[in-house]
Design a protein around this ligand. Structure first.
Ligand SMILES: NC(=O)C1=CN([C@@H]2O[C@H](COP(=O)(O)OP(=O)(O)OC[C@H]3O[C@@H](n4cnc5c(N)ncnc54)[C@H](O)[C@@H]3O)[C@@H](O)[C@H]2O)[C@H](O)CC1
Ligand SMILES: [K+]
Length: 533
């Protein structure tokens, strides 16, 4: 879980997720333009890391701690940590993987202090036998990884690789400074190899590498340590990538007016369902109602109407013309368009089938709908052949693909999507001018203007049919209540996962039904409303 530093100044800033280079620029501006010396940042970083590490391993002071250091400022943080523990009488020692002669600046200054206070330092000699030196690290009860941080710039090889792999083979907790060594801070990909940390203390802001797969497997428990980067520097960085949690969304939910009524709390129209797929339509409608929409109407193929009248209570149904496979027919277009006048959102897709007539109906709706549309499931596949058609919309579009549907939309493989989730989502959103919700572990919400939100809620129990339908309805519900499409998508995505978290808290990692989370949705909304104070 992502834990916040104690002093959260600006919630939006506290939710920023940065790349290595964005962080490096903020460090440099803080030091060179604002005038906070690097050693002060280094001291703050190490002291924050020390207190977090002591929280994670309370008996740390009783352990033989080895700081394994590289050659840059990540090592510098490690040297300060060694000094902190040494000053508390902890049997700490330092193993330098590079000659101290290569150290410079703040790292060298802190290394020289270690020498003066007689902290035991061992300098690894690559010319000597590995096993004869390995005991310096092996004889540890805890290891602090200060080898590489955001300065990683190539694949880890040679002695660094051997030592990192060796550390990973020990059954000793490894506490990472800033980023597990070897993990690319900007992507979450290990470059050759990476430390599998028990916990990571990172500085100022979480990095993409901490939260995007497989980064969390290496990061372990994460704490963001506030080291005093001035908010003027963070704001000037104009980062538009955020971690989505209650902090980030707090204040987004507009208070309900006392005189609100079902006629002015948003009317969601839904086009979903075909023979054998009536459950999807049901879940969309219920998701939309549960986030607070005033009214929900489901367009349903005529012969299925009696079924949906039984399955739905709060939502109304509007029987429409159907094809020979009981899916929505093209002939339904005029009635649907006429009904949409004065409605605030149209959700389309789950279970409607790929019947040619249904495809033509959906394409016509994208061109002519008077209200924003949320496209999911079959509606996404319909556009996979020709995503350019999405540009014909005169209203905002929100697309909610899972990786397989995303792959079809970009004519590539799901593996290619998963290899670069942020890049694929951002590029598709920008190119077609749509809000793109790329579902999966750490669902992403991308906007054409470059905004990107990474979802922090949700759990593996959500891997079950119907979850996406519920989400589609929730997002449509927030659009219908007047939230800007990016915000509506963020609220839907975060609350959807948080509702699943609430329901499954302490239960299991499986067995969750999409309908189970419906009752939890207002409880999550309630906690966000109370957060807003
Ligand atoms: N975020 C902050 O406000 C602060 C961060 N600090 C720490 O500084 C490091 C970044 O330090 P930097 O000197 O830029 O780089 P590293 O220490 O991460 O790397 C050292 C050095 O390693 C070499 N290198 C790069 N890739 C490889 C490789 N594959 N194999 C071997 N060697 C490699 C390269 O020469 C690098 O320069 C940040 O993580 C924080 O820990 C500040 O101390 C406090 C403020
Ligand atoms: K590190």
């Amino acid at each position: 879980m992502l834990e916040r530093g104690k002093r959260v100044k600006d919630l939006k800033l506290a939710s920023m997720i940065v790349t290595a280079s964005e962080m490096g620029k903020m460090d440099r501006r803080t030091i060179e333009e604002i005038g906070i010396p690097g050693v002060v940042l280094m001291e703050s970083a190490a002291r924050g890391a020390a207190s977090f590490f002591l929280e994670v391993i309370p008996d740390l002071p009783k352990r033989r701690i080895t700081v394994v250091a590289g050659s840059g400022n990540n090592a510098g943080d490690g040297f300060v940590l060694a000094r902190i523990f040494h000053s508390r009488g902890v049997p700490v020692r330092v193993v330098c993987l590079r000659s101290p002669g290569q150290l410079k600046g703040d790292a060298l200054a802190n290394f020289q202090i270690l020498e003066k206070i007689k902290v035991p330092v061992f300098v690894w000699d690559e010319g000597k036998d590995f096993d004869a030196q390995w005991h310096w690290i092996q004889e540890s009860d805890a290891i602090i990884d200060a080898i590489l941080g955001t300065g990683l710039n190539s694949e880890v090889r040679g002695i660094y690789r051997k030592i990192i792999d060796g550390m990973n083979s020990l059954s000793v907790p490894v506490l990472a400074v800033d980023i597990p060594s070897g993990l690319d801070a900007s992507t979450g990909t290990p470059l050759g190899t990476a430390v599998r940390a028990t916990a990571t203390a990172t500085f100022a802001f979480p990095k993409i590498g901490h939260v995007m797969d497989p980064g969390p497997d290496y990061t372990g428990k994460l704490r963001v340590v506030d080291i005093g980067i001035p908010s003027i520097v963070a704001e000037a960085a104009q980062i538009n990538r955020w971690w989505m949690d209650a902090h980030f969304l707090s204040g987004w939910l507009k208070p309900r007016r006392p005189d609100v009524h079902k006629g002015n709390a948003g009317h969601v129209a839904v086009l979903a369902g075909s023979r054998g797929k009536t459950g999807a339509a049901t879940l969309i409608c219920q998701g939309a109602s549960r986030v607070g929409s005033g009214l929900v109407t489901l367009f349903v193929p005529f012969s299925l109407n009696p079924i949906l009248e039984v399955k739905l209570t709060e939502a109304m149904t509007y029987p429409i013309a159907e094809t020979d496979i009981q899916s929505p027919a093209q002939a339904a277009l005029p009635e649907i368009l006429n009904f949409l006048d004065g409605k605030q959102a149209l959700a389309v897709g789950p279970g409607i089938s790929l019947h040619p007539e249904t495809q033509e109906l959906v394409k016509a709706l994208v061109q002519q709908s008077p209200c924003p549309m949320i496209l999911d499931a079959d509606a996404l596949t319909i556009f996979a052949q020709d995503p350019e058609l999405l540009k014909q919309a005169n209203v905002p579009l929100i697309l909610t693909p899972h990786p397989g549907e995303m792959a079809r939309l970009i004519q590539d493989s799901p593996q290619a999507v998963q290899r670069d989730r942020l890049g694929v989502a951002a590029e598709f959103s920008r190119r077609y001018g749509v809000i793109l919700v790329l579902k999966g572990y750490r669902t992403l919400v991308a906007a054409p203007d470059g905004r990107m939100a990474i979802n922090g809620s949700g759990n593996p129990a959500m891997a079950s049919g119907g979850m996406g339908d519920t989400l589609t309805g929730m997002i449509a519900g927030f659009v219908a209540q007047g939230y800007e499409p990016f915000q509506a998508a963020c609220l839907g995505v975060y609350i959807h996962g948080a509702a699943a978290d609430r329901y499954m808290h302490g239960v299991a990692t499986r067995g969750l039904l999409a309908s189970d989370i419906l009752e939890e949705i207002p409880r999550v909304i309630g906690s966000l409303e109370s957060d807003a104070g």
